[in-house]
Design a protein around this ligand. Sequence first.
Ligand code: FES
Length: 206
Amino acid sequence: MPSSVWTPIALASDLPPRLVIPVSCDGQDLALWRAESGKVQAWNDRCPHRGMRLSHGFVRGEFLSCIYHGWRYDGAGICRKIPAHPDLEPPATIRVNAWSCVEQDGVIWVAPQGAEGEPPAFAGLAPLRSLAVEAAPEEIALACDSANACVLTKGDLTILMQHVGTTAVLHALIAAEADAEARIAASRRLEALRFELEAATKEKVA
Ligand code: FES
């Protein structure tokens, strides 16, 4: 999203407690995880020990542990336990690189640490689904009813577009009061949009 430092990275409904998933923001691999308490964190996807991906790790309570040697990191990204040296208090310098992370109106946003401002609010909307689309972000914006740098609209959908290289992931929101039937219909329209865009992209390449 060129006009904002905040990137919509996932829908909150796709990240239940005690889960860690890999995501990507501006070419940077991140481990996105939710603690038992519900707090969400986004960290560089690299363990400070030997570089294992933290997104392969596991969440216990308020800690994320690396799958390789089990180093355990607290919510501030500081290493609190090294299983091979149980009596050692790890130096505070052993810590992961944390990003700013905000969960708002069902959307999880990330920004480089220290970023100013807040992500946009979408009161009255609820998460529908996320969808990867193998088409250029410019083409996706053109296929929508209205667009600005951050937010697209298509019919009854509000779509947050996350640029991923030359393609995009769409995070769709719909009116909070929409019933199951309306949600299914909207989800199908979103899939149809993806189909059209990807078919047009293939035609151009062929
Ligand atoms: S690489 Fe993560 S604990 Fe060793």
